[in-house]
Design a protein around this ligand. Sequence first.
Ligand code: SF4
Length: 180
Amino acid sequence: MSRKRFATVWLGGCSGCHMSFLDQDERLLELVAAADLVHSPVMDVKRYPEGVDVCLVEGAVANEEHLETLRAVRARTRILVAFGDCAVTGNVTALRNCLGGAREVLDRAYLELADVTPRIPCEPGLVPPLLDRVAPLHAHVPVDRFLPGCPPSADAIHAVLLELLELPAGTPPAAAPRFG
Ligand code: SF4
């Protein structure tokens, strides 16, 4: 039987969910001994590969680059997991929606609140344009599994990965999570 392939992706989030992913500690070694981690912000692989079995996607969809990435991930992944509350509901990332659309948000941040040199960043190809509304993953693509929490605990992440990658349980969960 071929080894399972898993990945993680970081969209509009604070990276706290990935910190919790790393907080699996020695259980990460068990995971990578049994399955291949093929893409993640914690490793240096630029392009999301084909044929991924399970992907944890952190963060909401806030700009055009997020949306493009999410669609590519969906097309190349069998089981897509909304990883953390920002991915599940929009959460903190979606707070800007209460200001209005992208134009109102940019005006507020870069013009009204500027101390020096008010200027809205606009570098085509470098600064991805904001979407008018921040949205959770399922507003744009089908999601197979929701893993809530801000962030989800390392134990919850580990349990979901073992289940979805169909791996035997190894080291039991830590007695007291140190993050989240
Ligand atoms: S769910 Fe919480 S920890 Fe995860 S990216 Fe959002 S704000 Fe950060």
